[in-house]
Design a protein around this ligand. Sequence first.
Ligand SMILES: C[S@@+](CC[C@H](N)C(=O)[O-])C[C@H]1O[C@@H](n2cnc3c(N)ncnc32)[C@H](O)[C@@H]1O
Length: 360
Amino acid sequence: MNSPTTSAAAVAPEAAPSPPPDTAALNELVVTTAPWAFQSLYVAAKLGLADALAHGPRTSEDLAQESNAHPGALYRFCRALEALGVLQELPGRTFATTPVGAALRSDAPGGLRYFIIVNGEESFSAWAQVMHTVRTGEAAFDHVYGMSHFAFLAKEAAPSAAFNAMAGTGAPAHVLAHHDFSGDRTVVDVGGGMGGLLAHLLERHQHLRGILLDTPAGVAQARDLLAARNVLDRAEVLGGSFFESVPQGGDCYILSRVIHDWDDDDALRILNTVRVAMGPRSRLLLIDKAIPQVAGFHPGKFSDLQMLVVLGGRERTLAELTALLEAAGFSATDVQMPEVGPGSPSAEALIQARVADYGA
Ligand SMILES: C[S@@+](CC[C@H](N)C(=O)[O-])C[C@H]1O[C@@H](n2cnc3c(N)ncnc32)[C@H](O)[C@@H]1O
């Protein structure tokens, strides 16, 4: 048994004094993460600079003319983007993309162009009121806009299109790359956005049929995407709400990056609606960032704040996700945690679950 003098709590203050300030390191953190850095990326994303540079270098004046920007101002943003490693500056105020900049193209995998646009616009306004969230635990977005982010997207066509494009091109297909769908006929992607993940699955598994459920605003461009990927003939697109009902008869139900948008009460409501639709043979595939319970960098620790400030949701640990599944009447039958590192920035876990009442 620990005596009071040897317990960790008693010795911690002496054993770990506050280290000396490293102002240079903090300064570097500030310079590379402050709004001027992110909003420079936003300018590049919004104006489509990477698309405009896809076929070779151009002057900032030429880029400004094409994108209706002020030439002097755009030159200065391009110079800052060079400093961030996004652009390369050549003689004569001419710019080219670096490999990092090329990832901002509309067709680049990962959907980062649209992710940056969404985060540079309405989410940015919410973050300006972050203290509201810190003091109340509520989404600052609702405080700023007087409505939830999804209610805002239902009303505003342009932000909704950017949000859908983000989810459409950024859906985590790699998480399901090795998943076995050979025994399935119908996959139901619940909250599947404009269908990027479903299109990927239907392309890859020719025997599958797919049902896409999302809000009417969420599926607004889904048929076009599925048609462009030549899988619309095997897909059904439903505009509805996963709080109301989810189609029955699926072999595999997917909830990808959905549960993290919601607090536990709403997450349980969604999981319950899905469970009611599922049969004895159905399985649920839940994809979300599972925050590891260890110190150090993990993208989920920041995505968690984004969920909190913008949506009132949360990223969860694996234990929290499985507890939530159990509370909704599921039992987890398989869990895959990703390797987190520079090559796997999205860091999503895959949890397979079945309805507990039917037996796992
Ligand atoms: C973060 S996105 C995830 C999209 C996609 N599953 C992915 O992996 O990228 C969350 C999705 O939930 C959808 N959503 C929000 N409320 C909904 C509701 N009540 N019913 C159905 N879908 C909803 C949004 O429109 C959005 O497409």
